[in-house]
Design a protein around this ligand. Structure first.
Ligand code: BGC
Ligand code: NOJ
Length: 816
């Protein structure tokens, strides 16, 4: 069952009924001002940091779902009937029709009731720290309509964590100011004297409210605000309690008439030393923000701001466009998967329907992987991100597992010891270099742990990343796992033998000898990438050393990491094998199958093929490939968090979508296009649209997890939007299945297609030139590309050299 459809021309997902299984969200903002918005107007806004600069409130685990939003109420003043055009928060008031269009960084919700149509467009204009709500109200009746419009938001008192916990203080700190119809939220302005929020309206006001209970009425909810019910605001001024913003506007609409009313919610900062705002002054200095408000309340500015936003996305997405025989592929690659990759760039793992904005910072591992999905769209920002990440690295090569987006410093709460982390830096940098050819990055001085004076060229950081693994090998010559590897929940050293003692998560937790076959595979891949980089730098000795290190590790994998039909997962604290036929549960895990083959292990001797057959036999389901089998049926302290999940969820045999593209890539590497693409389609959200009642999350973005076959809710997705799944699926389809793959020396054309595809086309920018690529399969051919012509001239192998920036190159490839 579907709840909407894709409008491919507009690049919108159109939701046709408000009661989707879960709130289906979208993101506003592209740079510093952000918000999430659901298909019924729910969500919240923040400036840069979803915890510390939260503008509005949202309640995650409330009933009903999705409480807190950007709500407008329409009231028919003749009858007293009122409703919200976004359905929430007045779901009892039936709408005659409803449509929500989630587009790229904007959302439009339109509906009608009793002959009055209202459409709200929400977006945050480029380069501003504000969002616009453009409300258009139309009278479809044949007589005049006397209407009231009410806007509403609930201010968060900035630190969202404190706001949700420290009531004894916060019920007394709220402050607002209302001047010329603009509601200013100035809590914290007394102490910090720099930031405030404002909520403005383009029309003269009939009234306003800023105290929540004055607007709602005591013990009432957003479904029946007293002010809306009686058709009059009370001009309340909040002193403490719960400051809100609500404007009341009266409109008289002739039959057929449409009126536009714009609301602005924005964030502003004054420099602390502002001479207009001496310490002790209780009045906000609005000098800077007034002209901004006036400008953005004008319909022409709004129109242009919206057009500019659309043009911005045209430009970003224009750099890579595909035309394949599969509509779901085109739609995801050309629009939604790319969009999701940029959202993960902006949000990391901070704010979604599942991440509350108050949790963790930026992940070292996560951010490096996110980069794989957006480096081609925003290379300069990828460069900056790499330098930020690398600056948190320790001199040992070790990494803080997370860093804080505002300070860009390593996060001590979580510390280090996730032993896969450092290697991701090499993989991220390699992807950047392949895309851009910008070798100068490697010379940029970057500190360790942000310590001034400790700067060394970025290249040295990469060397230390690799050395970090080499200095931490266990009894089988495999890398020590530390606190965990990619699988955060496989905590083999992190337990206490003493019954009743809590989980250990301090340094000694990583002191054990547990080893990871996953990191071993990742090391082989990273060492080969670093060898490739050393070659470009003409550091021949180092290149040889890294290749030899990769060889040696591949040898340890063959000796101690192979279980007969698949790669093993790990050795635990006691030296017992995990992910082996010897185990009663957790016999085979997906991660080492993917990562070892990505590293090139087992290709020549057929182990890779055998491992992939085992994945197909034991782990694949119609909804995707589960993380391991059999699931752990009970908690096992020596394995840690993985066994804390009920079977089929998350890391305990859930379909952890992030890992599936590794198998797609591995299948492509061994030349199995049918399987690679089949796995791709099992996860592709658009291809799952028809089973939205099972999948339940948004059909336009990937989710982190789909319940596995051991779960009673097999096929149900969770944790949509912010996941490495976005980047890796993008890489799998564009670089390995379609096979248009940036490499150090040019653009590789190496498709591995399903047997029934006659070919496809790709337009791609690469290092400033445009490549018009056509791939055609010769009759009956099943293997790889046999001929590549660049502007009609054959090139050796499948490598297209980088062309001069600004030129357009025609590439024809034939699968022979
Ligand atoms: C989740 C993991 C996640 C980790 C990070 C765990 O509870 O299961 O998927 O990576 O938390 O905080
Ligand atoms: C989510 C984390 O963000 C990611 O870094 C990790 O690899 C997976 N969970 C698996 O545990």
């Amino acid at each position: 069952m579907r709840y909407g459809h894709f409008d491919d021309d507009q690049r919108e997902y159109v939701i046709g009924q408000p009661d989707t299984p879960l709130p289906w969200i979208n993101y506003l903002g592209t740079d510093a001002y952000f918000g999430i918005v659901s298909n019924t107007g729910g969500g919240y806004s923040f400036y840069r940091d979803a915890r510390l600069r939260r503008l509005t409130r949202y309640r995650y685990n409330n009933a009903p779902l999705d409480v807190g939003g950007r709500y407008v109420y329409v009231r028919d003043d003749a009858t007293g009937d009122y409703w919200s055009p976004s359905w929430q928060p007045t779901p009892e008031r039936e709408l005659d029709d409803y449509e929500c269009r989630h587009g790229l960084s904007y959302t439009r919700i339109a509906s009608a009731r009793g002959g009055i149509r209202a459409e709200t467009l929400y977006f945050a204009p480029l380069g501003e720290t504000l969002e616009v709500w453009r409300v258009r109200v139309t009278n479809d009746r044949d007589s005049a309509a006397e209407l009231s419009l009410f806007s509403s938001i609930e201010f968060c008192l900035w630190d969202a964590q404190d706001d949700a916990t420290n009531y004894q203080r916060n019920f007394s700190t709220g402050q607002v100011e209302v001047v010329d119809g603009v509601i200013y939220h100035k809590t914290e302005y007394r102490e910090r004297r720099d930031h405030f929020a404002y909520f403005a309206c383009s029309e003269p006001l009939a009234g306003f409210d800023t105290q929540r209970e004055a607007f709602l009425g005591a013990y009432r909810g957003w479904d029946r605000p007293a002010a809306v019910e009686r058709g009059a605001a009370s001009d309340s001024i909040a002193h403490g309690w719960q400051p809100i913003g609500s404007h009341h506007v009266r409109l008289t609409l002739a039959p057929g008439e449409t009126r536009e009313v714009n609301f602005l919610l924005g964030y502003a900062e004054n420099p602390r030393d502002d001479k207009f705002d001496p310490p002790g002054s209780q009045t906000l200095n609005k000098t800077r923000v007034r002209p901004v408000i006036e400008r953005w309340l004008r319909p022409e500015t709004v129109e242009k701001g919206y057009a500019d936003l659309r043009a911005y996305w045209d430009a970003l997405l224009g750099g890579l466009r595909v035309r394949t025989p599969d509509q779901d592929t085109d739609r995801m690659v050309n629009v939604w998967n790319a969009y999701q990759c940029l959202v993960t760039f902006n949000m990391s793992r901070s704010a979604s329907g599942y991440e509350s904005g108050i949790g963790r910072g930026m992940g070292f591992r996560d951010s490096n992987q996110d980069l794989l999905g957006f480096v081609h769209m925003v290379p300069e920002r990828a460069r900056e991100r790499i330098l930020d990440i690398a600056a948190t690295q320790k001199p040992t090569g070790g990494a803080y597992h997370q860093y804080q987006p505002l300070t860009k410093r390593g996060n001590n709460d979580i510390g280090e010891g996730f032993n896969d982390d450092p290697l991701w830096l090499i993989l991220g940098v390699a992807a950047y270099l392949k895309e851009t050819g910008d070798l100068a990055l490697l010379d940029v001085p970057v500190p360790f742990d942000n310590e001034p004076g400790s700067e060394v060229p970025l290249y040295e950081h990469l060397r230390r990343s690799l050395r970090y693994t080499l200095e931490r090998l266990g009894p089988h010559g495999l890398p020590l796992i530390g606190r965990a590897d990619w699988n955060d929940c496989l905590n083999l050293n992190c337990f206490s033998d003493t019954p009743g003692e809590p989980f250990q998560t301090t340094e000694n937790a990583s002191g054990g000898v547990a080893e990871s076959v996953f990191i071993a595979g990742q090391f082989v891949l990273a060492a080969k990438e670093l060898a490739g980089i050393a070659r470009l730098l003409e550091r021949d000795g180092e290149e040889v050393f890294y290749r030899a290190a990769a060889e040696k590790m591949a040898g340890s994998i063959a000796e101690h990491g192979w279980d007969g039909a698949w790669f093993r997962r790990a050795y635990d604290f006691y030296g017992n094998v995990i992910g082996s036929g010897e185990n009663d549960e957790g016999q085979i895990f997906i991660e080492p199958q993917g990562m070892c083959i990505l590293g090139g292990v087992g290709i020549e001797d057929g182990l890779a093929q055998r491992a992939l057959d085992s994945v197909a036999e034991r782990l694949a389901t119609p909804h995707g490939i589960v993380l391991q089998q059999p699931a752990y049926s009970s908690y096992r302290i020596e394995l840690g968090e993985i066994s804390s999940y009920p079977p089929g969820y998350k890391e305990n045999a859930g379909i952890f979508c992030h890992t599936n593209p590794w198998i797609m890539i591995a299948e492509a590497i061994v030349g199995n296009g049918d399987r690679a693409f089949d796995y791709y389609r099992r996860l592709n959200p658009s291809a799952r649209e028809e089973i939205s009642e099972v999948h339940r999350c948004e059909p336009y973005v990937y989710a982190q997890m789909i319940a596995g076959k051991d779960a009673p809710t097999h096929g149900e997705a969770k944790n949509s939007w912010l996941s490495g799944t976005a980047a890796w699926n993008f890489v799998a389809i564009t670089q390995w299945i379609l096979g248009v793959r940036p490499d150090f020396d040019g653009l590789r054309i190496d498709p591995v297609l399903p047997a029934d595809w006659p070919g496809f086309e790709v337009t791609r920018s690469f290092r400033g030139a445009t490549y018009e690529i056509t791939v055609r399969r010769a009759e009956g051919a099943t293997s790889r590309v046999t001929e590549v012509l660049v502007d009609g001239v054959p090139v050796p192998g499948n490598l297209v050299p980088a062309a001069a920036p600004g030129t357009t190159v025609r590439v024809e490839a034939v699968i022979g």
